[in-house]
Write a protein that binds this ligand. Structure first.
Ligand code: ATP
Length: 278
């Protein structure tokens, strides 16, 4: 079991000037066992403890099936852990809430609603007035680079554009925490890079706490303050790595940066090392 305190240097300086930092997410000795019909029960997560400070960008890496999505679903309040407790801002998570915004592929856009309609949906559900939801929706679509696409329908958009709508839809209700499960996994390399940069821009401006699941070591290192490496089933935290690269980050600069490359090599080794652990 490893308890990690997640904090970036830039944040440390900001927080010293402001209020003391607090943990936004605390995962305390969480285990998850799934009862399945066709086979014996399956221990997906074993004794996970992790503390993520407010405003940190944290990525989770690990082999397929190690429980990354399950961990995100627990923080999202969609799965109740069989053991342990997950908290947001000190309160035990008992279900989904507007303080946590999921960007999961399973939560597809409504095909019958326009792009703007999709982004406004959650706001209208929360009782926000239509005129205000409309204005906020348009502003967010501009922020994610979709100005002019308000009246399009999801089927008329590329994969990258759909992901932008999904991000805008989640940002619309201003959650403190973004939970992102491989949001760029299905995109081509060029679109993926553009969305990574846009996400970093948004994060720079809004400093939300981000928990980001990915299979790409490079993506995790590029985006994150901390990278959590999980081991193979049952999922445990194998290592938490500080990514000590300056911000704002520019991918083109980082590709020349020896520390960036070293982080990637070290983490890849960590994942490849001792396969019996993974
Ligand atoms: N609702 C469920 N019922 C039964 N088993 C489940 C359920 N959800 C997940 N599992 C099992 O838990 C384990 C972890 O699944 P999870 O999707 O969290 O892994 P992951 O690391 O996100 O995988 P991938 O990288 O392939 O997306 C898997 O063995 C999966 O089959």
């Amino acid at each position: 079991m490893k308890v990690a305190t997640l904090r970036s240097d830039a944040q440390t300086m900001q927080e010293t000037a402001r209020a003391p930092a607090q943990a936004m997410i605390e995962i305390d000795h969480v285990s998850q066992r799934f009862e399945t019909s066709g086979r014996q029960s399956h221990l997906a997560l074993s004794d996970i403890s992790l503390s993520v400070e407010e405003g940190a960008f944290v990525s989770i890496l690990g082999p397929s099936g190690c429980g990354k999505s399950t961990l995100l679903y627990i923080v999202g309040g969609f799965v109740k852990p069989t053991e342990g407790v997950a908290k947001v801002k000190g309160h035990a998570i008992t279900g989904p809430g507007p303080d946590r915004g999921p960007v999961f592929q399973e939560f597809a856009l409504f095909p019958w609603k326009t792009v703007l309609g999709n982004v406004m949906y959650g706001l209208l559900q929360q009782g926000v007035k239509k005129s205000e939801a409309d204005a906020r929706g348009r502003k967010l679509l501009e922020m994610v680079g979709l100005k002019g696409y308000e009246k399009f329908y999801p089927k008329e958009l590329s994969g990258g554009m759909k992901q932008r709508v999904a991000i805008a839809r989640t940002l619309a209700y201003d959650p403190a925490v973004l939970l992102m499960d491989e949001p760029f996994g299905a995109l081509d390399a060029h679109t993926r890079t553009r969305l990574q940069n846009d996400l970093l821009d948004i994060w720079d401006r809004q400093r939300k706490t981000v928990l980001f699941v990915t299979h790409s070591v490079e993506e995790a290192v590029y985006l994150s303050d901390k990278v959590v490496v999980m081991s193979r089933s049952p999922g445990r935290i194998k290592e938490v790595i500080d990514i000590d690269l300056p911000r704002p980050r520019k991918r083109a600069d980082l590709l020349q940066n020896a520390r960036f490359q070293k982080h990637i090599v070290d983490i890849e080794k960590m994942i490849d090392d001792r396969p019996e652990d993974m």
